[in-house]
Design a protein around this ligand. Structure first.
Ligand SMILES: CC(C)(COP(=O)(O)OP(=O)(O)OC[C@H]1O[C@@H](n2cnc3c(N)ncnc32)[C@H](O)[C@@H]1OP(=O)(O)O)[C@@H](O)C(=O)NCCC(=O)NCCS
Length: 324
């Protein structure tokens, strides 16, 4: 008889989101730029984005999303959460970590830290949380993507400022015993990559008031190539094909990139959660915001097989396959 191959799985038990109240439409933005609603929609799929008020910190956004995720996960005792990771490019302070502030405000126990992988931050954080749950370092992890990304924008640069927005999404994953096969609920596999030689196509310099600089076409090209490769890597590792997925929940940067990914995976756009039209690119927050949108409207359901994938500055990129 083969020995039982039971395995700890990180099972997603709740999601939450927070979007700042202020909505900035393309039309408003284009009024002070050499751009138009039509151009932005056609080239990116974006029609609006949320923008934080001056007093809203990344900690505020993350804490609100976290509290909603706790309610949705049915967690009444916050000390059950023993790991908090905040993926963010725009932490409230240089230090301490935004995550330790969130840990304090929600009353979590254990340990907390920030993780910086720009737009891939949530996929990185989910993968790191999975490793920490599997190693037994924690039992219930709160993984947040939170960004006040618009604070990094040069509002006179039409090539970047139309693309981004603010917001936060949170998921709670709990260690549960699985059988060790693909029928298990939880994170089934994840792959992470980075390549610092591509730093110059998407970055902010280190000076105070630094602003995003980007070579849009190059980022676009690398995004489609690298996310397709890392998606295939994850599928291959489980002997699956794109068509086996119930949903693709990709990083939300540009609808044309999302469409290219769906095509490579042989998935119709009706099997992709798309929020880029309403949220624009919220960097590390985009995937948890999309997950929350999918659960809230009933498209995402327990038992389904989904893929998350992202690419961001660094460059960094990664994917994970999860059974909900
Ligand atoms: C930025 C992006 C939308 C530009 O679209 P594009 O089709 O590549 O357009 P180009 O950069 O070739 O620009 C075409 C023209 O539109 C202009 N343009 C750029 N932004 C514009 C805007 N907001 N409004 C109007 N015109 C704009 C360019 O200046 C250029 O004009 P030119 O031909 O006179 O020089 C696209 O490259 C993109 O989305 N890249 C990926 C960005 C991304 O996802 N970044 C985050 C990764 S996490």
């Amino acid at each position: 008889m083969p020995a039982s191959s039971s395995k700890i799985r990180s099972v997603l038990i709740g999601t939450g989101a927070y979007l700042p109240q202020r909505i900035l439409t393309n039309r408003e933005l284009a009024a002070s730029l050499d751009s138009s609603d039509e151009w932005i929609r056609q080239r990116t799929g974006i029609s609006q984005r949320h923008v934080s008020s001056d007093s809203e910190t990344t900690t505020d956004l993350a804490t609100r999303a976290a509290k909603q995720a706790m309610v949705n996960a049915g967690i009444r005792d916050p000390s059950q959460i023993d790991l908090v990771i905040v993926a963010t490019t725009t932490p409230t302070d240089v230090f301490p970590a935004t995550a330790t502030m969130v840990q304090h405000f929600i009353g979590a126990s254990g340990f907390a830290f920030d993780l910086q992988a720009v737009c891939s931050g949530f996929v990185y954080a989910l993968s790191v949380a999975d490793s920490l749950l599997q190693s037994g370092s924690a039992k219930t992890a709160l993984v947040i993507g939170a960004e006040n990304f618009t604070r990094l924008l040069d509002w006179t640069d039409r090539g970047t400022c139309v693309l981004f927005g603010d917001g936060a999404g949170a998921v709670i994953v709990r260690a549960e015993a699985g059988k060790g096969d693909q029928s298990d609920r939880g994170i089934l596999t994840s792959f992470l990559h980075s390549d610092g030689s591509l730093r110059d196509i998407l970055y902010t310099d280190g000076s105070p008031g630094a602003r995003v600089k980007m070579e849009g076409k190059e980022v676009f090209r690398h995004a489609t190539e690298k996310m397709a490769a890392v998606a295939e890597e994850a599928l291959d590792s489980l002997g699956l094909q794109g068509s086996d997925l119930d949903w693709l929940v990709p990083h939300q940067a540009n609808l044309r990139i999302i469409e290219a990914m769906a095509k490579k995976l042989n998935l119709p756009l009706s099997k992709v959660i798309v929020t880029v039209d309403k949220h624009a690119n919220t960097s590390a927050a985009s995937i948890p915001l999309a997950l929350h949108a999918g659960f809230s409207d009933g498209r995402l359901k327990p038992g389904q097989l989904i893929m998350v994938e992202a690419l961001g500055g660094g460059l960094t990129w990664g994917s994970a396959i999860i059974r909900l």
